[in-house]
Design a binder for this molecule. Structure first.
Ligand code: UFG
Length: 322
């Protein structure tokens, strides 16, 4: 297929691009490099540097079989402080992309949605029928885009089939492609910075949560499993419909369990200190991925936490100057 990947210079976008190229697809990456890196775009993909809202229509005029839309602002804390950056950067940009998709009759759209659309869950694991009550602007913008996609697909006269994939905690790396955020807020890369000697210790955001060891529980998913779901979503996009699927392993690990896994994998003692809770963190976020299994035929195969950490560690070490 001839595919446009927005945000293909970022973490998840670059890994998915690598998988798409391996599967024989013809890929063009569109990225403004505001947070992505030019050298993260896998060789073999065409690259257009530009604002998705401005450039997508021109690019899509060439005729495409599908769009995978990764480009987004994705820091929960920042979205609280600077919501305009998220409503413009995520919602306005995505509507412009949807208009371009409609104008050029692109038949498939795969969108990076998030567990943050659910907010604080009432039940665990979280299914796609769970209430969507985001607790921060980041989740609210992703949910707004999901709603827009539903209505565009329904009004497309079966021209557009769309799939939103709601990621839980993406981690790990695909060889040379991994997490390289300038502002790092995610647990595993932060813990590995301690092991790599670029950070002194890691903060544990609260040890008094209603969980077995008192620290927050999350569902960590290997970025390669995530990429596999995107390839399947391209084939499964239902004409005139919008399918929403959670992506997670269905197993939760606590912050302490993650730090322990990092100690096992790196052999480093990794000092950690309890700090106050981080605003907006739910205690437990675990996915039910039954729908992804049923509709996409997707079964994650890289759910082992030590394996996820080992790949992230190999990537982190490859980035630290010797
Ligand atoms: N944590 C720490 N110390 C740190 C960093 C994180 O204890 O230095 C904890 C957090 O409090 C949380 C867990 O580790 O309990 C995981 O935190 P991350 O920041 O790695 O991930 P989140 O669960 O906050 O966020 C992820 C995605 C978001 C998405 C969210 C859904 O990164 O994009 O899941 O709620 F919105």
């Amino acid at each position: 297929m001839k595919l446009l990947v927005t945000g293909g210079a970022g973490y998840v976008g670059s890994v998915c691009t690598a998988h798409l190229l391996d599967a024989g697809h013809d890929v063009t990456v569109l990225d403004d490099l505001s947070t992505g890196h030019r050298d993260a775009v896998p060789a073999g993909a065409a690259f257009v540097q530009g604002d998705v809202a401005v450039a997508a229509a021109d690019v899509l005029a060439d005729g495409y079989d599908g769009v995978l839309h990764f480009a987004a602002r994705s820091l929960v804390g920042e979205s609280v402080v600077d919501p305009a950056k998220y409503w413009h950067g995520n919602v306005v940009t995505s509507i412009a992309l949807l208009d371009a998709v409609r104008a050029h009759r692109v038949p498939r759209l795969v969108f990076s949605s998030t567990a943050a659309t659910y907010g604080e869950p009432e039940t665990s694991p979280i299914t796609e029928d769970s209430p969507t009550r985001p607790t921060n602007p980041y989740g609210a913008t992703k949910l707004a885009i999901d709603h827009a996609i539903t209505s565009y697909a329904a009004a497309s006269g079966r021209e557009l089939g769309a799939v939103s994939l709601r990621y839980f905690n993406v981690a790990g790396a695909h060889g040379a492609f991994g997490e390289r955020h300038t502002t790092e807020t995610h647990l595993i890369p932060l813990v590995l910075q301690v092991a790599a000697g670029t950070r002194e210790q890691v903060a544990i955001y609260g040890d008094d949560w209603p969980t077995p060891d008192g620290t927050c529980v999350r569902d960590y998913i290997h970025v390669d499993d995530l990429a596999d779901a995107h390839l399947r979503a391209l084939d499964a996009a239902p004409a005139g419909e919008h399918l929403i699927c959670n992506l997670g392993n269905g197993t939760g690990f606590s912050v302490l369990e993650v730090i322990e896994a990092c100690r096992r994998v790196t052999g480093h003692p990794i000092p950690a200190a309890v700090a106050p809770r981080r605003a907006g963190d739910p205690a437990v976020l675990v996915a039910s991925a039954a729908r992804a299994h049923e509709r996409l035929g997707w079964t994650p195969t890289r759910g082992d936490l030590d394996g996820i950490v080992a790949d992230a560690w190999a990537f982190a070490r490859s980035r630290v100057p010797a």
